[in-house]
Design a protein around this ligand. Structure first.
Ligand code: XIL
Length: 339
């Protein structure tokens, strides 16, 4: 911890929003933010906060197949391009999300019918168009997202049903399109559910044995105040590190209201969330520095978080409050990042 640093509860009466210490300066690995392109506007506090605190971005939605490839012969590059250009102009890195997933796919893909060869050609062409378009601009990709269920069994998806060995093929195709990009498998609950973690790591180990270009693993880290534990996080990091995988915490947020029992963010919850963000950053730092590919936060301020509109409940999962004031969570995370 830096001497004289504001480790107190400055959130209570912070006079100047977005005047707190610069977050990414505390880390020697990228600190990223999920970005919805429409929120990047000159003079908007979202943009001010993004630029001040983060040195990496991920499109929260705009690179997903449903948005970037809405029709079979139509790619809509505009929104993602504008975020990528914005980031590049500021020297921020871009992590790409996502090439193969079972959600947010366009209806022409969900309704696709064809032979195995036609399915393969369709997915290959999608992956290679997107990775090729961003070659040299997007330095890493979530190639496959959420391919396993919580019990560790493979998720049944259109990809799993129609393309034998689709995970291996997806990584191979992405690598062909940009050999320099770092390629990740991304999923949730791998920290807290050992069965899922073991199954995913075994699948990745098998891919690596076969020479498939998998570089790393993204732990989404959509977590609660009390689950998974700090020990779970450390076990996950250590298991991934033992396989020499690059490690990301890829979509971090800390729900304080998972059971929808809270009607407001109390001081007690603020304090618990502060400690929680701190221990998650500390757990990340147990990864060897050569394997640290960064932590991305999935939302800047509470009212904009996906948790509110996807799960339809109140929550306060982010580092900043509705007025863009740094919460205790911010200071906890910032402290935890300090080597
Ligand atoms: C979420 C976005 O944040 C929302 O805006 C969208 O409505 C649904 O998807 N796991 C992932 C992310 O890999 O892509 C999801 O993002 C959150 C869960």
């Amino acid at each position: 911890t830096v001497a004289g640093a504001p480790v107190g509860l400055l959130w209570a009466n912070q006079a100047t929003p977005l005047a707190e210490p610069v977050l990414f300066a505390a880390a020697d690995f990228p600190i990223g933010m999920a970005v919805q392109t429409g929120r990047i506007k000159d003079g908007d506090p979202f943009q001010t906060g993004l630029v001040r605190h983060f040195n990496s971005v991920t499109c929260e939605n705009e690179m997903k197949p449903g948005l970037i490839h809405p029709q079979v012969n139509t790619y809509d590059w505009g929104p993602a391009d504008s975020t990528v250009t914005f980031a590049q102009n500021l020297g921020m890195s871009v992590h790409g999300h996502v090439l193969v997933w079972h959600e947010q796919i366009p209806s022409w893909m969900s309704n696709f019918s064809g032979s195995t060869a036609e399915w393969e050609a369709m997915l290959r062409s999608h992956i290679q168009a997107v990775v090729g378009h961003y070659k040299g601009k997007v330095s890493s990709w979530d190639v496959v997202n959420e391919a396993f269920l919580d019990d560790g069994s493979p998720r049944s998806t259109i990809w799993q049903q129609n393309i034998p060995d689709y995970i291996a093929k997806a990584f191979t195709w992405a690598h062909e399109a940009d050999p320099a990009a770092k390629l990740f498998y991304n999923d949730y609950n791998m920290e807290g559910l050992p069965a899922k973690r073991v199954a995913v790591l075994a699948a990745i180990a098998d891919l690596k044995t076969r020479g498939i270009p998998v570089d790393g693993i993204g732990f989404q880290a959509h977590v609660n105040l009390d689950w998974p534990t700090s020990a779970d996080f450390k076990a996950a990091v250590s298991a991934a590190a033992a396989m020499n995988l690059l490690i990301r915490f890829s979509e971090l947020d800390v729900s304080v209201n998972p059971n929808n029992t809270q009607s407001q963010l109390t001081d007690s919850l603020r304090i618990q969330q502060r400690a929680r963000y701190k221990e998650i950053a500390e757990a990340y730092l147990t990864a060897p520095s050569a394997l640290r590919q960064g932590i991305t936060l999935w939302g800047l301020r509470d009212p904009d978080s996906w948790i509110l509109y996807v799960f339809n409940r109140q929550d306060w999962p982010c580092l900043f409050d509705d007025a863009y004031r740094a919460k205790p969570a911010f200071y906890g995370f910032w402290e935890g990042l300090m080597p």
